[in-house]
Design a protein around this ligand. Sequence first.
Ligand code: GLY
Length: 568
Amino acid sequence: MRSDRRLWVLAVLAVLALQAAAAAGASLPGAVGSGGAVSSSDPLATTVGLDTLRRGGNAVDAAVATALALAVVFPEAGNLGGGGFAVLKFGDRLASLDFRETAPAAASREMYLDAAGEPRPEASLFGGLAAGVPGSPRGLWELHDRFGHLPWRRVVAPAQRLARRGFPVSSRLERILEQYRDRLERFAGTADVWLPGGRPPAAGTILRQPALARALAAYARAGPEALTHGHLAAAAERAAHRHGGVLNAADLAAYRPVWREPVRFEAFGWRFAAMDQPSSGAVVVGQILGLAERAGWHRQPRFGANRAHLLAEAMRRAFADRTLLGDPETAQGQATELLAPEWLAQRAATIDPYRATSSRQLRAWPAELPPEPADTTHLSVVDARGNLVALTTTLNGLFGCAVIVPEAGYLLNNEMDDFTTAPGRPNVYGLVQGEANEIAPGKRMLSSMSPTIAWRDGEALAVGGRGGPRILTATAQVLLNLIADDDPLQTALDRPRIHHQWLPDKLFVEDDALSPEIRAELERRGHEFGPRPTVGKVHAVGRRTDGTVTAAADPREPGSAGVVREQQ
Ligand code: GLY
């Protein structure tokens, strides 16, 4: 056996062991090092990130390498055909990159309505018409171009290897492919890769993706133009059009990520940098923290009804304001106004400590309760110098619109559903959205992805999650656990969570989040409970005042976190 082949087999065996540990919910809780830390949704991707740090890469090299590995081994959300956001702290320098998808040039406000003006919900979810213009190829490259240290080829190489040589299918992937089988089998090219022989590959099967490997090799050689121009862009256009879409090669060529000033705010003595619009991350997470602080949430008994009530009220108000957000060009509200101390004080003053406010009192809107799938994927990285990256990326729904670009081996997103596809009606997450988020060519759709960096006196955190709108409430609660209650990182992620998103006017609580007595007390205060969901899946890393780093992965999914013990 050639030595690199032997190494690959050893690596695969190590990963199988890691996957087994991760499936059992283990994620190296409490591990501490000085050479950097990575947390992501998948053990293989985390291993790629940690190896990149060991090879001298900085936090951005590791974040981009991890994101590309997720595009290979976590196909339900990792991607080349989607988009995302990254917030960075490099020394004292803060930055954020918006590589969110955009509406194709041929998109229109009514594209998801039928001739009678009725919504066609399937059209914004499955098939080519659901696809926005992918932002990841140029976004990940841009991140590396501005902040990376290792040569680009070396950052792409691990993902390329995983695609070419194959990776052992995890039990998570087998399960999720089975769950989405009926959608994936509608599209022959997609089924060829992800349902070989008509069914999901069994856990442990080595799955190779030769077309994706070739696309990644071209990406490594030529950068984003390999995917956004020429024959692979033409292939994306063909795939979208074959399945009813309007995405054109010219859309891919014209797409540009945008460096935006991160939104800064303060709460509980910590400073934060978070993502501005089209993400609602900064506004919603910032408002939840700001309202909780002003309402005296932290002064209430830790596991009592008062805390749950105040937090739900803070969430309700933050999500009501979210309807003002959208593409920065057309948004009706700005982070500066919506996080202004005067506005937070005014909003906090409307919270009755003993009575739930009706959501309709805050803003009037119709609502229903459609199913709410988990989605997206988040990774957090800190390097030995203390540089931090929080990066969230998505195809929107799991496996996006389920249309693959066969020649490039990647799935297209269904991010168009994050627009207001039928004004006044809820999207797939049950979120009702405002005019600010209506479809127009080239526009960016509103997002819940909320990569966030927090720091205080030499300590720092990178936090974010997956799970649609629950990303926002999960991220805020993990931050509250860390900054107001001083929880260790892993404990902060483990603790049960609650969720309120204004509409539907219901409080969602995880199992064990509230005792029966506290539920009864909250019902007395006017809260109505929804079904018990999982409230987000968070991945976080932290740097302590002594310069050591730590990482934690959410036990709600078999994610994985690890540290590089020694500075390289
Ligand atoms: N597609 C989910 C989000 O951006 O919030």
